[in-house]
Design a protein around this ligand. Sequence first.
Ligand code: FES
Ligand code: MG
Length: 579
Amino acid sequence: MSDAPRKDPATLRSARWFAPDDLRSSGHRSRTMQMGYAPEEWMGKPIIAILNTWSDANPCHAHFKHRVEDVKRGILQAGGFPLELPALSLSESYVKPTTMLYRNMLAMEAEELLRSHPVDGAVLMGGCDKTTPGLVMGALSMGLPMIYLPAGPMLRGNYRGQYLGSGSDAWKFWDDRRAGLMSAQEWTEAEGGIARSYGHCMTMGTASTMTAIAEAMGLTLPGASSIPAPDANHIRMASAVGRRIVEMVHEDLTPNRIVTAAAVGNAVAVAMATGCSTNAVVHLVAMARRAGVPLTLDDLDAASRHVPVLANIRPTGTQYLMEDFYYAGGLRALMAKMGDKLDLTAMTVSGQPLGDTLAGARCYNDDVIRGLDNPIYREGSLAVLKGNLAPDGAVIKPAACDPRFHRHEGPALVFDSYPEMKAAVEDEDLDITPDHVMVLRGAGPQGGPGMPEWGMLPMPKALLKQGHRDMLRLSDARMSGTSYGACVLHVAPESHVGGPLALLRTGDIVRLDLPARRLDMLVDEAELARRRAAWTPPAAKTGRGYGWMFARHVAQADSGADFDFLTTDFGPPVAEPDI
Ligand code: FES
Ligand code: MG
């Protein structure tokens, strides 16, 4: 410790609040003493914000109520002073219409909490889907030294001796229940077995994908994202995070030295190799742009052709869950197998380049974490489609859908609202064939609003009864990272703003050509022009409040669905507050 860099206390950001011999600073000191702290406990020390997304409504973060004490322990040990600041919890399970409506709100909150408080660095505690991108986006924009503490996955589900995966098995069982293959009693038993500890979803859903991305970007301690939430290693990691952030403040290790183009490239490559959630697309673009790295859908598609899926984790993989991934060596083992797909010179919060943090990483199960010569899927997890239905792009997860849909042509069955679609899929006499393309629109960033996870449209009962379990589905919505099936998502521009999806009619032929990355409706230009001339924009969804602001400022899915006024190049940098 003795030769470690130490900042002159007078140069700490928090000194602006506490050091001056004036009335305002006296108030800050007096109010800190009001909380029971003597001046020597904080004066001249790095003050560390802990942005904690714990709440009673977020089972994925239930342990954060206590785990934050381990972070504080680490901060105190290293000579810092912790300030826990609660932030929006964004529980994927409860928040409607979708947490995505509030990701940018959390990003704004994270940025402004850090800006407005007397802090020198930050620990970000998140994990449930949108909390990772929300916290990281905000903290990137603020620019203080920061480190991400992932919640960790929950234990594997267990039902009648089978391992259950979050989300994925619920969808599967629900189709069985609707097909009359599962009783109400069995269903209740499965409900009690699928989520049986705190921690985030333990499939390679959005949560596991985004925490892996945070680690690959260099924002977590090495290996942190794979540790199951209830494992004692997670507690030790939390205190190590506390110790490390204090050192980062002394080293001035700010996120602009970490989240570079190289780090973003690593995050994209790791996303592909994990068999990531489709949601990763929107969040990666948004996070990269906050760091000033102009990532596009084309970059993601190029990476997908170049990096195979190595993690054999459901839903893309066949068998395993995050707990197995951890025991097999976790993300460090996976990255060690990625060879030249990663830029090992990228800096990390540990103060070491990525390559050094992977030294000694070993894989203990080559079936769970595959090598480049034996991948789960020879291309990456996602493909980006373009065509007259999606001029700005759409996303599909080829590895998670039946390959017979990779090239498909069929008549559209179009729904303009979720309730309308829901009623139709329950109709046992619905006039539909397995070749049909089910379409839901009005579910994009503005239409949803917030791009709800409606994109894995339920299979129509009429087809389930005939034994069909997949069909081509198309929407401007997102889908849960734990979903699967031939679902084309994130169609941009969305129908609500007049994207060509708005012009599609039931009976039109839709053509998907995945190898060519094309998505088209076979309707001629003159007819489309007629339909466009007759199209009228739908009414705004919200007339006041946050939803009103959201609709005016949210970008389309292909540019990350951030708010226009939050992007890095919007206006001059925000000045430090006057004190
Ligand atoms: Fe929180 Fe899935 S519900 S991660
Ligand atoms: Mg999810």
